[in-house]
Design a protein around this ligand. Structure first.
Ligand SMILES: Nc1ncnc2c1ncn2[C@@H]1O[C@H](COP(=O)(O)OP(=O)(O)OP(=O)(O)O)[C@@H](O)[C@H]1O
Ligand SMILES: [Mg+2]
Length: 532
């Protein structure tokens, strides 16, 4: 277990050790496994954050801004209050006189100094990607021990724990973001500057009650993230995409490009990716839509997932790809790897940005072209956003049917026009009609996602690309979201995405392919029963 986890475990329910009995040497050993059982900490100890920097609690927007957590209550439930920096019998009793300065004030100062000191002692080794993580942990433990030994400030046991946990998060983890990263309900973290952190929880934006102590603190966390993936960020290379160990996607941008201080955006993906069952439970998809989409993927129809930013396109793409039979060879192509396919026969390719000298770039387009020489049964492109769209369309039209991708668009019709624009921007001098013909014959279905005002993400359209009528690509909705059903008193949408009653033309081939699709899938008044 990581040091920070052990420290936190010792604070929480499962590991309530008498913290005033834990010495600095136990910190060195990784802390507290062997610490004596004793009086429990006050119930609120685990929640308490001395500086408002460690709490994952949030306030909805608009709300109070980054207010610190309240001070700890001094005397509850049998805890030795007034414990001092150095554990020992003389400190076990409550201190007869109150400390001259408030705990927060003294602690804030000490913590800031200790953090600076730790960073100074560790120096460049913190961002040295050549240093093994375990080596770094050992090093930090040693320095932290020395600092705890040398602490002259009177610390209560819980303050000491909090201090150690926070410092460990700062140095080995992601500082004040650590708790947000560990909170499974938080799906996105947005840092707009050191004092301005927002999160997305349950599909809604909230202001988080955490902040960095300053721009330097934020920059250190950013540097730690990017150095772990062998990248660097500074004025000459001020924007970086990276990934955390758990697969979360990170974008960092620093001044001068980001005018008001560094900005960091982390898209979290659960350790276990959302499954089709999850999406049905969240009402993003209905069982009927799933039946249709599963049949379509198995029948090698090409599907384009469209939607605005953060609507769940990649997640749905991942779910759709789970319908690909296990005996097919899949090549995935992404800017930064996000897809988590469950099949075994998968080759994952990742594009590469240019290096500092502007060389070495490998684009999505290069990878699509390369993938064609890898005998793929299916090509999955994480997102088409440029010149690769033409290559993708050509691949779909020349024996690589059944390929899947996503694209930013506001409606299914918009998805078509964006695709046209991308092909035009790719520099190929093709007449618009030829481009449209390529699109109409390559794409069979557009699945459109929307993040509704109530925070839910729903598939609002399943649309068939029928073909061309004159110069226009004809689209036909098979399912659309029923906005007319309105919202309830909490603002939640009451509607669902319903069949329009029109059976898509492509389903005619299902039977010859041996794919069964129940008739009720397209019945307008569909009973809401689950087949899962
Ligand atoms: N149907 C859903 N219900 C609830 N949360 C979801 C759903 N789909 C995705 N999410 C969550 O929403 C966030 C965004 O998902 P995802 O990355 O798939 O969106 P995206 O449209 O691909 O975003 P981008 O435009 O940035 O590429 C993730 O944290 C994901 O776990
Ligand atoms: Mg995406």
């Amino acid at each position: 277990m990581k040091l920070s986890e052990r420290l936190r475990a010792a604070q929480g329910e499962g590991g309530r050790h008498r913290v005033d009995q834990i010495s600095a040497s136990q910190v060195e050993e990784g802390v507290a496994d062997g610490a004596a059982e004793g009086a429990p900490l006050p119930a609120d100890t685990a929640e308490w954050r001395p500086f408002g920097t460690g709490s994952a609690r949030t306030t909805p927007v608009p709300g109070p801004t980054g207010t610190p957590g309240g001070p700890p209550s001094d005397s509850t439930s049998g805890v030795a209050t007034g414990g001092a920096a150095v554990a020992g019998p003389e400190h076990a009793k409550p201190s007869p006189t109150p400390r001259p300065t408030g705990p927060s004030e003294a602690l804030v100062r000490f913590k800031a100094e200790a953090r600076e000191e730790l960073f100074t002692r560790l120096g460049g080794r913190l961002t040295d990607s050549g240093l093994e993580e375990s080596e770094l942990h050992k090093l930090v433990r040693r320095e932290l021990t020395a600092l705890v030994h040398g602490a002259e400030i009177a610390l209560k046991p819980e303050e000491r724990w909090q201090l150690i946990a926070d410092l460990t998060d700062d140095v080995l983890g992601y500082g004040p973001l650590q708790k947000l990263l560990e909170d499974e309900d938080v799906t996105e973290i947005m840092v707009n500057g050191y004092a301005d952190v927002y999160i997305e929880r349950d599909g809604r934006l909230h202001r988080a009650e955490v902040q960095f102590t300053g721009e330097d603190h934020l920059r250190r966390v950013i540097e730690r993230i990017v150095s772990r993936v062998g990248r660097r960020i500074d004025e000459s290379s001020p924007l970086v995409d990276a990934r955390l160990e758990d697969g979360s996607r990170v974008n960092a941008i620093v001044p001068p490009l980001s005018v008001d201080g560094s900005a960091l955006t982390i898209r979290k993906f659960g350790k276990v990716p959302l499954t089709v069952k999850d999406l049905i439970e969240k009402e993003s998809l209905s069982p009927s839509m799933v039946a249709l989409l599963e049949a379509a993927v198995r029948a090698r129809l090409s599907v384009l997932v469209s939607g605005g930013t953060g609507t769940g396109k990649t997640t749905l793409l991942n779910v759709l790809s789970s319908f690909i039979p296990g005996d097919e060879r899949i090549v995935t192509i992404e800017d930064a790897v996000e897809l988590q396919l469950q099949q075994e026969h998968v080759v994952r390719l990742e594009a590469r940005p240019p290096n500092i000298e502007g060389r070495g770039e490998v684009t999505i387009r290069d990878l699509v072209r390369n993938a064609l020489r890898m005998r793929p049964d299916r090509i999955i492109v994480g997102e088409v956003r440029g010149a690769e769209s033409l290559d993708m369309l050509q691949a779909m039209n020349t024996g690589h049917e059944g390929s899947l991708s996503t694209l930013h668009a506001n409606t299914p019709r918009d998805a078509i026009s964006r695709l046209e624009t991308m092909v035009l921007m790719g520099g190929m001098d093709l007449p618009l009609r030829a481009i449209r013909e390529q699109i109409a014959s390559a794409i069979d279905i557009i699945v459109h996602l929307t993040r509704l005002r109530d925070g839910t993400r729903r598939v609002t359209h399943v649309t068939e690309v029928q073909g061309m009528e004159g110069d226009v690509i004809t689209l036909q909705d098979a399912f659309v979201f029923d906005y007319a059903a309105g919202v309830d008193h909490t603002g939640r949408f009451l509607g669902t995405t319903r069949p329009t009653g029109v059976r898509p033309g492509f389903t005619e081939h299902f039977q010859e392919l041996g794919i069964e699709l129940p008739e009720h899938v397209f019945e307008v008044e569909l009973p809401r029963r689950s087949r899962w």
